[in-house]
Design a protein around this ligand. Structure first.
Ligand SMILES: [Zn+2]
Length: 119
């Protein structure tokens, strides 16, 4: 007969172990360090990717270069986010290269994804 109690006990234990393993930030950081040690960055690939990006989206590169001369706002402008760390300029429309907003890195990625910019 199927022993539901024993099954649930095993299941809960495995589930708990999985949760604690992946919720531990310090542990996750260690995995990241280990991963980067085993997978060194491919600089050649990066250079090729950057070149490809420029060719594919010349208007983005142009807008990003211009944005460097615009001062950043003191904090993230996304919703009620008040982060003052890793602030970046974000373009909502590359047709208007001087119209930029200031987002923290997290919200910049989020907005870019919302706009369907994955590369
Ligand atoms: Zn933010």
């Amino acid at each position: 007969m199927f022993d539901k109690k024993a099954y649930m006990k095993t299941y809960n234990k495995a589930h708990y172990q999985h949760q604690t393993k992946w919720r531990n930030k310090e542990q996750l950081r260690k995995y990241g360090v280990e991963y980067r040690k085993n997978h060194p960055p491919d600089l050649e690939r990066w250079v090729i990717d950057a070149r490809e990006y420029r060719r594919k989206h010349p208007e983005r590169k142009y807008a990003q270069n211009l944005a460097r001369y615009i001062p950043l706002k003191p904090s993230c402008e996304f919703g009620n986010c008040t982060s003052t760390e890793k602030l970046e300029h974000a373009h909502l429309d590359y047709d208007y290269p001087l119209e930029v907003v200031t987002f923290c890195a997290k919200h910049h990625r989020l907005v870019d994804r919302l706009y369907g910019r994955f590369d």
